[in-house]
Design a protein around this ligand. Sequence first.
Ligand code: NAD
Ligand code: AHE
Ligand code: ZN
Length: 368
Amino acid sequence: MKTRAAVAFEAKRPLEIVEVDLEGPRAGEVLIEIKATGVCHTDAYTLDGLDSEGIFPSILGHEGAGVVVEVGPGVTSLAVGDHVIPLYTPECRQCKSCLSRKTNLCTSIRATQGKGLMPDGTSRFSYKGQSIAHYMGCSTFSNYTVLPEIAVAKIRKDAPFDKACYVGCGVTTGVGAVVNTAKVEPGANAVVFGLGGIGLNVIQGLKMVGADMIIGVDINGDKEEWGRRFGMTHFLNPKEVSDVVAHLVELTGGGADYTFDCTGNTVVMRQALEACHRGWGESVIIGVAEAGKEIATRPFQLVTGRVWKGSAFGGARGRTDTPKIVDWYMDGKIEIDPMITHTLPLERINEAFDLMHEGKSIRSVIVF
Ligand code: NAD
Ligand code: AHE
Ligand code: ZN
């Protein structure tokens, strides 16, 4: 079939809206009509050529929601008409990682996914006879896309697509980092670095679990109002203090119980670790750093009890947990609507990237 898609032909070049060819689902795969997709900073990072796994040409996008329109042979858990969220972190429930119960990082199809291919080693997308790579196993910047059944979460039918799509990455990543990765307890104090589409979800997760002091840090002063809207109690603009770590240690009476990096900046990651309380403070890295960047700190920081952790997709097991997060939204436990600052048609998708880079959006959602 033909489908309209925003194609990343080359790094650092705007996406082009073209009609691409899409092959139907093979065994264990489903065809999904994408109804809406968010634009995450990770899409921008790959488009900007900063991703060591970046492949061009490809169809980016990994924060979608849509409807199953065709199922391939052997598919048992999904049916035509199901409302779904594509998962860049699948959940096969059979691999070593899934069975370990220690991680959400299902490894069953990670190798082909990282190469922009379906599990059988081929792409379903092409343009003028040239193969186009899938992205993070999702390619939600296409009106139709194909995914393996194990990488699709079935959600309730009354959830609006243009909000539910955000659960496909940003909401789950932020709230999940608090609930699943850090397991923050009521009364804890926490610092969140970077108040964008992810950081604000960390803040609302902290509020939800009853954190006491919730400090937001951002170089964009406009983000203070946004943070306070979702439960932030204190704000710090690093441009206004000489020593960010010393300031935060002082403010928290010795250091934070939990810190979260939602910037992808390795200097900030170090600050986040060092702003943790001696003996027990835990720092969770969520931000994705540019290819070639490395983190550093004095080992003494860890010897004296601070803990450095990472979190991918909020530690969520996609097929099991995302439907529950959609329920939390529908039941009013978490908010999504105010964070979606811009809703645009596919033809205007490059504006979503501009708005993000200019710090003018929290989340832009593309509707088909
Ligand atoms: P965003 O652009 O919406 O927000 C980033 C925020 O960080 C902005 O408010 C910006 O002003 C702020 N910032 C930038 N540099 C800063 C600095 N030096 N100090 C303080 N604040 C600073 O991006 P987003 O969509 O929220 O994504 C944030 C990061 O999380 C990205 O690196 C993205 O790739 C990553 N991410 C990771 C996962 C995961 O599973 N680990 C999932 C989604 C996104
Ligand atoms: N490809 C990059 C790593 C990118 C990365 O860390 N991705 C996160 C999700 S970001 C969503 O917005 C993730 O889930 N990582 C786990 C995984 O298996 O990719 C690189 O550095 O090569
Ligand atoms: Zn994302």
